[in-house]
Design a protein around this ligand. Structure first.
Ligand SMILES: Cc1ncc(COP(=O)(O)O)c(C=O)c1O
Length: 406
């Protein structure tokens, strides 16, 4: 039977019985409707930093919903939304930044895209419209994000996309240098994940991010870091920008900001861009969503950030990384894997050369049957566990991976 729900990123013709129905979650584990237990090696979809069933977040959301849920279009404000914006801005490397809020990573990306173009228009550079995307990049599925992503199949079949988008090589920074040399004066911005996630977990090659920063600064383009996966501790710092020591002009976030307890995303906007937006007291920022700054979402974000801070989860990401790297290195050494990639608590295991994507899915399915969730990406398997995972569960996941590969 075909499900009534048209599932995201799934084949519409897939039978309802072929989905695994999840009904409960606690800590780093989830259970399906047959009672089967899984360790969640993907933090749901790269987002659950603090684990499931955290009463503190649930109670904060409930309390906020009982007190007030209201929009923030002018003239309204909310103390919890202002507090969340301040907290997020203070954790970021951007001094005196402001935070625009929305409900997803895709909304965050499309907002950052519009802010980058808007900044050029307000700075009286109307021809500065080009946006650079990076091969393999994933930036969500809204119109700008679809146009900006470097995963070609995701751009197909939607008709015409946003114009003035050029692609740079994901690893060879000289390709960006060539595009800047030719189009520098017309580039509004570049969007780039510090560590590419959905494209297969690719940390940046040496100097890539720093050189991109230099090119943007020299040409007057904005550097946008899409921190939707990297943000909130995943790479061993609050943001990937800090892990790699490169400061962008705009930063998008979502996922880990609430660990998924509420749908929240946003854009951290640097002081220089804010100065442009604030310059004319009569200028109206004609962008915003009904649920921008939703108080219940902001309550979830604050409670989630409290937990990340109190439990030292940002530092824990690096410990998780050391254990993952050691386990994956052993599998690569014995030929079970071709290689592995990652940093902090986000990793990919690269299947041996000659493996087909379908075989990679089969390995994933075997792991699901053995009670471990990971994500097939082409011919690699992605891991992004909750930052509260303990060493025993990391070892268990690696054991299940080893058995499935064998
Ligand atoms: C880097 C990045 N940007 C944007 C998105 C889109 O986020 P969402 O699915 O919340 O719209 C994702 C989702 O995985 C992502 O990884």
């Amino acid at each position: 039977m075909i499900p009534r729900l048209l599932h995201p990123f799934a084949k519409p013709a897939k039978d309802r019985d072929d989905f695994r129905e999840l009904v409960r979650a606690e800590g780093v584990r989830v259970w399906d409707s047959t009672g089967k237990e899984y360790i969640d090696g993907l933090g749901s979809l790269w987002y659950c930093q603090v684990g499931y069933g955290r009463a503190e977040i649930i109670e904060a959301v409930e309390k906020q919903m009982q007190e007030l849920v209201y929009n923030l279009f002018d003239p309204w404000a909310s103390p919890v939304s202002e507090a969340a914006a301040e907290r997020i801005a203070d954790l970021s490397p951007l001094d005196e930044a402001r935070v625009f809020l929305c409900c997803s990573g895709s909304e965050a990306v499309d907002s950052a895209f519009k802010i980058a173009r808007l900044t050029a228009q307000l700075r009286e550079q109307p021809d500065r419209q080009i946006m650079l995307r990076r091969g393999r990049g994933y930036h969500g599925v809204n119109t700008a994000g679809t146009s900006l992503q470097g995963i070609a199949p995701n751009r197909e079949n939607w008709g015409d996309l946003v114009p003035h988008v050029l692609e740079i090589d994901p690893d060879d920074i000289e390709s960006a240098a060539r595009v800047f040399a030719e189009h520098g004066d017309n580039i509004a911005g570049v969007i780039c994940e510090p560590v590419q996630g959905a494209g297969g977990v690719h940390p940046p090659t040496d100097d890539y991010l720093r050189r991109l920063r230099e090119m943007c600064t020299a040409s007057g383009a904005l550097l946008i870091f899409d921190e939707v996966i990297c943000g909130f501790g995943r790479t061993g710092s609050w943001f990937g920008a800090q892990t790699f020591g490169v400061t962008p002009d705009l930063m998008t976030f979502a996922k880990g900001v609430t660990s998924g307890y509420q749908p929240v995303g946003g854009v951290i906007v640097s002081r220089a861009v804010c100065a442009t937006l604030e310059a004319d007291a009569d200028f109206l920022f004609r962008h915003g969503f009904t649920y921008s700054g939703h108080p219940a979402g902001c309550a979830a974000a604050l409670a989630n950030i409290d937990i990340i801070e109190r439990e030292g989860l940002v530092a824990r990401a690096d410990e998780i990384g050391e254990r993952f790297a050691a386990g994956l290195a052993a599998l690569a050494a014995d030929g079970s894997l071709a290689t592995y990639r990652g940093i902090g608590a986000v990793w990919a295991a690269q299947m041996p050369d000659g493996t087909e994507p379908a075989q990679t899915v089969a390995v994933r399915d075997a792991m699901l049957d053995a009670g471990v969730i990971c994500r097939p990406i082409g011919t690699s398997l992605g891991f992004c566990p909750p930052l509260v995972i303990d060493d025993a569960d990391i070892d268990l996941m690696l054991d299940v991976l080893a058995t499935a590969l064998a």
